[in-house]
Design a protein around this ligand. Structure first.
Ligand SMILES: Nc1ncnc2c1ncn2[C@@H]1O[C@H](COP(=O)(O)OP(=O)(O)OP(=O)(O)O)[C@@H](O)[C@H]1O
Ligand SMILES: [Mg+2]
Length: 200
């Protein structure tokens, strides 16, 4: 099975007897050749290191088995579950799922990990645990503004992909504050970003 995403080709396969995903960052013809190679290299490395780092802080992520930087390929554990996007639409306990998502995002931010692309297609639930993928645009930062932008993106993603369920982000907030005592500061920034958006 192969899937072409915006950035990469995702292929399910076997690696040393394990079920894995090969994520290969494809060239983008609109980017200058050497810039293109630099971006694909840095995002591949960054994604592998943030996946591993997040896991050390107790955030569920696929295990990274291998990385072939010169071919822009990362080999990771296949997470056999359902996208948060699907479950948030279909499950009656969606608010509890959203709270779990919030708790994990709070744990990331508490540990200065910015995900960079917090959409509900970048989270997979397996055995009721939310696994986070797609850290290629992430970074390490202690700056509250960066965390605010990260969380604001999740709010926007939920408001657009799950507009029938406007309470989802309240549950995210609850989990976020549970995991991250200083989270109030970040939530204030999220409100501020929304205000700026409305008046600009
Ligand atoms: N480790 C994994 N286990 C199971 N499914 C995965 C895994 N990694 C990726 N996928 C599936 O492939 C999709 C795309 O993966 P990912 O988001 O990492 O790539 P992408 O190129 O950034 O894609 P997009 O542009 O769609 O975000 C995910 O939404 C998910 O359905
Ligand atoms: Mg993705």
């Amino acid at each position: 099975m192969t899937k072409r995403g915006a950035e990469a080709t995702i292929t399910r396969g076997q690696w040393h007897g394990r079920d894995v995903i090969f994520k290969e960052r494809s060239p983008k013809s609109y980017r200058d050749g050497s810039l293109d190679m630099t971006l694909r290299t840095s995002r591949t490395k960054r994604e592998a290191s943030l996946l591993s780092e997040a896991k050390q802080f107790g955030i569920a992520t696929p295990i990274v088995y291998d990385i072939d930087v010169s071919n822009f390929i990362m080999v990771m554990e296949y997470i056999d579950g359902d996208l948060a996007k699907t479950l948030l639409q279909n499950r009656d306990d969606r608010l509890e799922l959203a709270e779990k998502i919030g708790r994990s995002v709070g744990a990331m931010h508490k540990n200065d990990i910015i995900h960079g692309d917090l959409t509900t297609s970048n989270m997979i639930f397996r055995d009721e645990v939310a696994y986070f993928i797609d850290f290629g645009l992430g970074e390490k930062s202690h700056e509250p503004e960066r965390k605010g932008v990260d969380l604001h993106l999740l709010k926007e993603a939920m408001d657009s992909a799950h507009s029938e369920f406007p309470k989802l982000f309240d549950s995210v907030t609850k989990g976020y504050l549970d995991a991250y005592e200083d989270g109030h500061r970040i939530l204030a920034i999220v409100k501020n970003i929304e205000k700026r958006g409305r008046y600009s």
